[in-house]
Write a protein of this length. Sequence first.
Length: 348
Amino acid sequence: MIRADVLLRFVAALAVGASGGALFRAIGAPLPWVLGSMAACAVASIAGAPVAASSATRRPMAAVIGVVLGSSFQPDLFGQARAWIVPLALLPLFLASAALVCVTYFRRVAKFDPATAYFAGMPGGIAEMVVMGAERGADERTVGLIHAARIFLVVFTLPFLIRLVAAPVAIPPGALAVVSGGMANWTLVGWASGCVVVGLVLGRALRLPAWHLVGPLAVSAIVHATGIADFRIPGWALAAAQVGLGATLGCRFGGLTMRALVRTVLLAAGSTVILLTLTILWAVGIGAATGIDPVLLVLAYSPGGLAEMSMVALSLALEPAFVIVHHLTRVVLVLIGAPLVFRTPISS
């Protein structure tokens, strides 16, 4: 049960986030509902406004986004998946190189202790890295803030960079038809609700990473890829879920002193530059060898979150399923590999 005060603070965050999203949409920014909400809630939380987003309040938003992203898995997608073998096979090498450089950066530049540097430098999800790090003696607040700031910076800058340098990308018909424009598909709302409920139950029972997102995503993907149903989430519902996602990211910076905030952002900015540089180099190289669009590879390999990077792909008319598969693979690889490698740290 969500406490009344928590719910009120989340409602306030949604109101602030929606205002920021509307502003960003008015100025033509990419991914406006996420970026605008994220920016507005970050400013509000740093200023001490009564806004907050807990794990309980953000789960419904993540579930809706999961269903939308799952609907990008169309039946004809399996034929394209053969072209994904090379970037998926090279993903572990990319992750190892990114981890090595970032952990060294946090040890030598930030002067973090070995455990904190290790889990702050791992290209994994926030929750997983905080939990693993805390169990092994890392400063969980520092690990969480570094990852939150990194995702914030990547999500905020990458859409603008891609729009600046990339030409429009042609994708298979139907790949972007994941949102309905109005009421036409309301008769299928039961399918969407079923995917949310079944996905949340299975995701939690199976202890999937980011279960509130991945569970509904997986169920929706199975329903669409097998041709059982082809439903669409109304555009307003997706916009509301994106506002919730952006608000969650923005509210993570509440309670910080200005000194702590500046230090965290600067350190995260350094690691973000390192990771994005490595991502671009790998994407260009793999793209040249396979013919896959480097922009799509940048999103698939980027150090942002699964939901955030998939929504960026969707908003920029790129193939979200490609990005989803690579980020899910990244999460699984880091979850398995990070605790094993930590027994013999890569940077002392």
